[in-house]
Design a protein around this ligand. Structure first.
Ligand code: GDP
Ligand code: MG
Length: 302
């Protein structure tokens, strides 16, 4: 009788500047959208786990908010969550937007004391956007720091190189039992997924700074007899003047946001969703701890 091969299990922390493509990469490997993505920076606020299986290996990705120079309290909470995600990881994956190059935010991560020599796997992303020669120069430049263990070049968007990278993760996490059930793809509670789906649409559909000024929370979740879910979420804004922008003419914006978010959620859960959205003004939400804990963030003092 042959023994079945040993299982492997490990955590991969995905670090990088805002907009590098961290969430896109994690979703691609997990094979489902577990972390929201938008062309705007700092879309991901909290730490999100995405769980993938490859052969006998279960890989848990810790998608993090980008690392950048924090100015306000919410910024600090996000950057702290990112580093915390890295602390216990088996592999630290540093994702870089190769078109942007070795920018200040990426340097901040590479040069951080928390990152030991040879401590990170470098992932040059968005190779669909730049020439091969520039890519090699960029790889050399970042490798000169001594912090890089190996380098991969990928396009998280079209999947180029992602398969080899996933295999690398699988080969480089330790042997051990799986910590999550086989069919679980995230640790995010359904309530938070619903709020995140709405926030993603607000990022996609609203202009300029407004998405940064708001947060979304699920207030009620009821599963009906027919298996569908009735979900109420509140969009919390900072000023009365922002209300019109969220609602749109005759309520058209919030309706479009609700429809698109519902579509995404039905895809995620495979069940029918009835989504009810409303808007509330809470001037100081960014200074109140309860709005951080629902996002899975610690509340930085001061
Ligand atoms: P994050 O902030 O690091 O999580 O970045 P996101 O995953 O939210 O991606 C930021 C933007 O970059 C989105 O508009 C993505 O569609 C885009 N993006 C991600 N990966 C690639 C890639 O490989 N190529 C191109 N062209 N765009 C990408
Ligand atoms: Mg992200």
């Amino acid at each position: 009788m042959s023994e079945s091969p040993a299982t492997r299990f490990g955590f991969v922390a995905v670090l990088g500047a805002p907009n590098a493509g961290k969430s896109t990469l994690m979703n691609k490997i997990v094979g489902a959208k577990v972390s929201i993505v938008s062309p705007k920076v700092q879309t991901t606020r909290a730490r999100v786990l995405g769980i993938a299986i490859r052969g006998q290996t279960q890989i848990v990705f810790v998608d993090t908010p980008g690392i950048f120079e924090p100015k306000r309290r919410l910024d600090r909470a996000m950057v702290e969550a990112a580093w915390k995600g890295a602390a216990d990881a088996d592999i630290i994956a540093l994702v870089v937007d190769s078109e942007r190059g070795y920018d200040a935010n990426t340097r901040r991560i590479v040069e951080a004391e928390a990152l030991p020599a040879g401590g990170a796997l470098l992932i040059l992303n968005k190779i669909d956007r730049i020439a091969r020669t520039r890519l090699l120069i960029l790889a050399d430049e970042i490798n000169a720091s001594g912090k890089i263990r190996d380098t991969f070049m990928i396009s998280a968007l079209d999947g180029d190189g992602v398969d080899d990278l996933a295999q690398y993760f699988a080969d480089n996490v330790p042997e051990g039992p799986w910590m999550f059930p086989e069919d679980q793809i995230s640790d995010m509670p359904m309530r938070m997924m619903a709020a995140e789906a709405v926030r993603e649409q607000l990022f996609l559909q609203l202009h300029q700074e407004l998405p940064y000024a708001l947060t979304v929370e699920t207030e009620a979740w009821e599963t009906l007899k027919d298996g569908s879910h009735k979900v109420s979420a509140v969009i919390i804004i900072e000023r009365d003047s922002q209300k019109g922008m969220v609602l749109g003419k005759g309520g058209s914006r919030i309706k479009a946001v609700g429809e698109a978010a519902r579509f995404e959620l039905e895809k995620m859960f495979g069940d029918r969703i009835h989504l009810f959205l409303h808007v509330k003004v809470r001037r100081d939400w960014k200074d109140r701890a309860e709005h951080y804990s629902v996002m899975g963030l610690d509340f930085p003092k001061g």
